[in-house]
Design a protein around this ligand. Structure first.
Ligand code: ADP
Length: 626
C-alpha cells in the first residue's frame, strides 16, 4: 500500500505532538469526544432537511472501549463520518487555525500551552499513541475507508467494511515510560473521571461497558458487565448555579474557546420575558493573537433548547464588546430557522440589547470589586471600549464612559472618570488632561507643571485614540474636558490677567518679529503664566491639538493637517528678559537665533520633529561658543 505524506505544516505539528512534552496529555480524549459530538451534530442537522437520512435522536451516541490485552482505546460515534476525500483532507492537513501556529518563528521554542489555543484536535491522539487507525463512513459514500498512520512518516488509506454512518478511531497506546503511564487510559474508572471532567456537558450519551458487582443467587456477589452512560448531558449553563464550580466553568471555557488561560470573569445570566434566554459569558484575561486584526470574528455560540444553531452569532454582540466569549441558549428561537434570516430576527436583537447591559454592569462590578483583574483586562481591551465611543461619535458614551480608565497624575495610577470627578476641587468644572507618548514624558511637559501646582489632577492620555474619545464625548457628567496644552487654560487672577495683557501689548513688535522669523509656522508668539520653571511651550488654538495633528498625520490616507499653535514664553523666566534686551539693542540677528532655538525646543518637548536639525544644532553650538 502506498504511503502518503502529510502536508508540511501538519507534519511539523504532528512531530510536536509525538514528542510532546506537554504535560496535559489527557486532553486527547476531550478532543476526540468533541469531534465525535460535532460529527453527530452535523448528521442530525442535515437530517432535519434531508429526508433520505433517517436519524433517530435517541440512537445518537458515542462509545469508548478500552482493550487491555491489545492496549488499544477506541472512540466511536454514529455521526456524519467522512468520505475518502474528506479523510485525506481533514486528517492529512491540520485545521487552518493550527497553521497560524507556524507563521511566526519556530514553534518548538514556544510555550506548549499555546497548543490549546488552536484547533489541533485530532492530532493530539499522537500524544498518547504510536499508531492511530480511523475507519469512517459518510452518508455520501457507499463504502467506508480506513486511514492508518504511525506518525510523521505518513499515512495509508484502504477500503473498510463499516456499514453504518460514523467514525471509529482506534488508538494504539504508547509504551509506558518512567515519566508516563499510558495504561491509565485503559482503566475504566480513569476514563470515567476524564469524561466527567472535560466532557460532561456533551449532549449525546458517552457510553462505556463497566463491570459492576451484583448480588447473584445465594446472595453471592458476581461481577457483571453493564452499559453505563458517563456524562450527565446537561449543558453547564443549564445546571443549577450552586452545582457548578468555577473550575468547571474554566475548563469549559478553555476547551470551547481555545484559550490557554482561564477567563478573568464569568457571567451567568437567565432572563425570562419577551425573549427568554440563558447565557454563559466569559471575559478573557488577555486578547487573542488576532484580536486587533481583521481576521478576528466576534460572536457567541447560539443554542436553541440545547442544540447548536450557530457557532458565532455576531449580532449578539456590539463591536465594543467583541472580546466576550460564550453561549446563549434561547427557547424562543426556532430550530429550523435558516442562518440567513436569523440576522433579521428581532428576538436576536432583543437578546443582544439585554446582554449589552448585563455585560456593562458586570464589567462595572469587576472594576469596583476586583480592580487588579479589571486593569489587566483593560490593558488588552480598553482600546476597543474607547473605539466604541469614537466610532459612534459619542452616541455610546452612556454605555461605555464608566468603563474607561486613564492614567492620572494623582498617585500615578489608573483612575475612572467617576473617581476623578469625585476628587474634584470645589467649584472645579473641568477635567484636565494632557497627551503624549508615555506617562513619564507627559509628566515632564511644561504645561502640566502649573496645573499640578495649583492642585488639580491631570489625566495622562497615552493612547492615540484617547483625545478623540474626549472630543466625541464633549463632557462627562456636565464637566468639560480641557487639554492643559490648549490656549484657554488659565488660573490667573483678574490683576494677573491684566498685567499679562499689558506685557504682551508692550512686546508686540518683538513678537511680530519672532513670528516672521518662524515664517508664520505659529499663529502667534506671546507671554504666558502657564509655565512655572520652563522657558517655552507650544499651545494649540482652535479645534485641533498638537497631539491630534500627530495622530492624523500618521494615517495613510488624507491630507496632512496642521494644528494652529502659539509659541508661549514664560514671562517670569530669565529668557524673557534676555529677549527684551535684544529687542532694545535692535539685535536682529540675536532675535533670530533665540527664536529659532526656542521654537525647536518647544517642538522637541511636544514630540514634534524638527525640519532643520542641522541648522539648530549649529545655532546652539555658536551660542555655546560665545
Ligand atoms: P477541528 O476539530 O478543530 O476542525 P481536528 O483536527 O480535530 O480539527 O479535525 C479535523 C476535521 O476532521 C474536523 O473539522 C472534522 O471535519 C473531521 N473530523 C474529525 N473527527 C471526526 C469525526 N469523529 N467524525 C467526522 N469528522 C471528523
Amino acid at each position: 500500500m502506498k504511503k502518503k505524506q502529510f502536508k508540511a505544516e501538519s507534519k511539523k505539528l504532528l512531530d510536536m505532538m509525538i514528542n510532546s512534552i506537554y504535560t496535559n496529555k489527557e486532553i486527547f480524549l476531550r478532543e476526540l469526544i468533541s469531534n465525535a459530538s460535532d460529527a453527530i451534530d452535523k448528521l442530525y442537522y442535515q437530517s432535519l432537511t434531508d429526508k433520505k437520512l433517517s436519524v433517530k435522536k435517541e440512537d445518537l451516541e458515542i462509545w469508548i472501549k478500552p482493550d487491555k490485552e491489545a492496549r488499544t482505546l477506541t472512540i466511536s460515534d454514529n455521526g456524519i463520518g467522512m468520505t475518502e476525500e474528506e479523510l485525506e483532507e481533514n486528517l492529512g492537513t491540520i485545521a487552518k487555525s493550527g497553521s497560524e501556529l507556524f507563521k511566526e518563528g519556530n514553534p518548538e521554542e514556544k510555550d506548549m500551552s499555546i497548543i490549546g489555543q488552536f484547533g489541533v484536535g485530532f492530532y493530539s491522539s499522537f500524544m498518547v499513541s504510536d499508531k492511530v487507525v480511523v475507519e469512517s463512513k459518510s452518508p455520501n459514500s457507499d463504502k467506508s475507508y480506513i486511514w492508518t498512520s504511525t506518525g510523521a512518516d505518513g499515512y495509508t488509506m484502504e477500503e473498510g467494511t463499516r456499514k453504518e454512518n460514523g467514525t471509529t478511531i482506534t488508538l494504539y497506546l504508547k509504551k509506558n515510560t518512567e515519566e508516563n503511564s499510558y495504561d491509565e487510559f485503559l482503566e475504566t474508572y480513569h476514563l470515567q473521571e476524564l469524561v466527567h471532567k472535560y466532557s460532561d456537558y456533551i449532549r449525546y450519551p458517552i457510553k462505556m461497558m463497566v463491570t459492576e458487582a451484583k448480588k447473584g443467587k445465594d446472595d453471592k456477589s458476581e461481577e457483571v458487565e453493564v452499559e453505563k452512560t458517563l456524562n450527565s448531558q446537561i449543558p453547564i449553563w443549564k445546571k443549577p448555579k450552586k452545582d457548578v464550580k468555577d473550575e468547571e466553568y474554566n475548563d469549559f471555557y478553555t476547551d470551547q474557546f481555545y484559550d490557554y488561560e482561564k477567563p478573568i470573569h464569568i457571567i451567568r445570566s437567565e432572563v425570562e420575558g419577551r425573549s427568554s434566554y440563558q447565557a454563559l459569558l466569559f471575559i478573557p484575561s488577555h486578547a487573542p493573537f488576532d484580536y486587533y486584526s481583521k481576521d478576528y470574528e466576534k460572536g457567541l455560540k447560539l443554542y436553541s433548547k440545547g442544540v447548536l444553531i450557530m457557532d458565532k452569532c455576531k449580532d449578539l454582540l456590539p463591536d465594543y464588546f467583541s472580546f466576550v466569549k460564550g453561549i446563549v441558549d434561547s427557547e424562543d428561537i426556532a430550530l429550523n430557522i435558516s442562518r440567513e434570516t436569523l440576522q433579521e430576527d428581532y428576538q436576536i436583537a432583543s437578546i443582544a440589547k439585554s446582554l449589552e447591559s448585563k455585560i456593562k454592569k458586570e464589567l462595572e462590578v469587576l472594576m469596583e470589586k476586583n480592580r487588579e483583574d479589571y486593569e489587566k483586562f483593560y490593558k488588552d481591551f480598553g482600546t476597543q471600549l474607547k473605539y466604541g465611543i469614537y466610532v459612534s461619535y459619542g452616541m455610546k458614551k452612556d454605555v461605555l464612559q464608566d468603563l474607561l480608565l486613564f492614567y492620572s497624575s494623582k498617585d500615578m495610577k489608573y483612575t475612572s472618570l467617576k473617581e476623578y470627578v469625585s476628587r474634584m476641587k470645589e467649584g472645579q468644572d473641568t477635567i484636565y488632561y494632557a497627551c503624549g507618548e508615555t506617562v513619564d514624558k507627559i509628566d515632564l511637559l511644561p504645561q502640566t507643571e502649573r496645573v499640578k501646582e495649583k492642585g488639580y489632577e491631570i489625566l495622562y492620555l497615552t493612547d492615540y485614540v484617547d483625545e478623540f474619545v474626549f472630543k466625541c464625548m464633549m463632557n462627562y457628567e456636565e464637566k468639560k474636558f480641557q487639554n492643559v496644552a490648549e490656549g484657554n487654560v488659565d488660573f490667573d487672577t483678574e490683576e494677573e490677567k491684566e498685567a499679562l495683557k499689558k506685557a504682551n501689548e508692550e512686546a508686540k513688535d518683538l513678537f511680530d518679529a519672532m513670528k516672521k522669523v518662524l515664517d508664520n509656522e505659529v499663529t502667534s508668539v506671546s507671554y504666558t503664566h502657564r509655565l512655572k520653571n520652563h522657558p517655552v511651550c507650544l499651545t494649540s488654538k482652535g479645534p485641533l491639538s498638537v497631539e491630534m495633528e500627530k495622530v492624523l498625520n500618521t494615517m495613510p490616507t488624507g491630507e496632512k493637517v496642521k494644528a494652529e499653535t502659539v509659541m508661549e514664553i514664560n514671562e517670569n523666566h530669565p529668557i524673557a528678559k534676555k529677549l527684551k534686551d535684544l529687542q532694545k539693542k535692535k539685535d536682529k540677528k540675536g532675535i533670530e537665533t533665540y527664536t529659532k532655538i526656542l521654537y525647536a525646543q518647544a517642538r522637541l518637548i511636544e514630540g514634534l520633529p524638527l525640519e532643520n536639525p542641522t541648522e539648530i544644532s549649529n545655532l546652539i553650538c555658536d551660542a555655546l561658543a560665545k
